[in-house]
Design a protein around this ligand. Structure first.
Ligand code: NAP
Ligand code: GLV
Length: 310
């Protein structure tokens, strides 16, 4: 079996080639930029492949996304049709997202930005907030990550809601579903967490019209994908006070350009797509296991539904 690897972030491709080669004895693992005979390639393991990268391999059996989202693969306009896409998911990724969401929801809940500002002014300003059961938080997307995040927030005592495409039952979480359930989900939601996949239905969902349905001074946390957010609408909502604070981990362009207004906005916290970056060793083992399973059986647990986009 032969697998090619492409991971442009911090030029990590060669490191991943060697790691996967060590986990797949008997396989040939190479960089996608040095694939040998394209017809001999069975699998491609990628993060943000370039347009046409994958079309060069006529016998590709599956594409592995180094991550939970598959939007970066589907974005390739020349993507070969019908090739299964395998997600990389698991407890490492879920745990990291639980931590990130808990950290930033609690930060907004306790109004830490205001508290830190008071400290900077040597101002003994006690900010008293409602207890968590009197604070309504909502998670958009109730898949692997969203459901885990919602359970974590419910465990902290928050009045927790979730929204997904099909209806869910999650202990301690009030669940809403579909476009018909969106307004009720948003109504009264003081801290909103986005963990939707990026699809044609969800692109631009964090927009002025959605912010207007939240209570005034709501907080927004986007840890899914940059294009979920309409940047100008967030800036306007922050300026107008409809949104009080935002935490953004993902952006239209990554790295976020140095001159982007988000960097220095006093109501925005920027993190560099680290909410849940899978540990490379753990990710490598998950990917190797999925490749071995797929090579043997023609499928594996983590095959995404490419037609629906996640
Ligand atoms: P997932 O398991 O595929 O779950 C997606 C959830 O979104 C499902 O509950 C789905 O509803 C819901 N959904 C999809 N389209 C919808 C729509 N139009 N309306 C309402 N709900 C909709 O995804 P995941 O593994 O939890 O990951 C979610 C996203 O997080 C990824 O796609 C990726 O973009 C992002 N992510 C970010 C980081 C980071 O570090 N920032 C790390 C990992 C992942 P159904 O269950 O009804 O289908
Ligand atoms: C990261 O963003 C992922 O999709 O896993």
């Amino acid at each position: 079996m032969k697998a090619v690897v492409y991971l442009p972030v911090e030029d990590k491709t060669q490191w991943w080639v060697e790691m996967l080669q060590s986990l797949l004895p008997g396989w040939e693992v190479t960089s996608m930029d040095d694939p040998g005979d394209p017809a001999s390639v069975d699998f491609a393991v990628v993060w943000r492949p370039r347009t046409g990268d994958l079309a060069q391999f006529p016998n590709l059996r599956a594409i592995v996304s180094i991550g939970a989202g598959i939007d970066h693969v589907l974005a390739d306009k020349e993507l070969p049709a019908g090739v299964p896409i395998i997600r990389t998911v698991g407890t490492d990724l879920t745990q990291r997202m639980r931590e990130y969401v808990a950290l930033h929801v609690l930060r907004h809940h306790r109004d830490m930005p205001r508290q830190l500002q008071a400290q900077a002014e040597a101002d003994w300003h006690a900010i008293v907030v409602p207890v968590a059961p009197n604070r309504t938080v909502g998670v958009m997307g109730l898949g692997n990550l969203g459901a885990a995040a919602a359970q974590t927030l419910a465990g902290l005592g928050f009045d927790t809601r979730g929204w997904s495409k099909s209806h869910k039952e999650i202990d301690g979480v009030t669940c809403f579903a579909g476009t018909e359930g969106l307004d009720a989900f948003l109504d009264g939601c003081e801290i909103l967490v986005n963990l939707l996949p990026l699809t044609d239905e969800t692109r631009g969902i964090l927009s002025a019209s959605l912010f207007a349905k939240l209570p005034k001074e709501a907080c927004v946390i986007n840890c899914a994908r940059g294009p979920h957010l309409v940047d100008e609408d967030l800036l306007a909502a922050l300026d107008g006070g409809q949104v009080k604070q935002a935490t953004l981990d993902v952006f239209h362009q990554e790295p976020l350009p140095a001159d982007h207004p988000f960097w220095n906005h006093r109501k925005i916290t920027v993190t560099p797509h680290v909410a849940s970056q899978i540990d490379a060793g753990t990710g490598g083992r998950l990917i190797a296991a999925n490749l071995l399973e797929f090579a043997k059986t023609g499928t594996c647990n983590d095959v995404a539904d490419a037609a629906r986009g996640y």
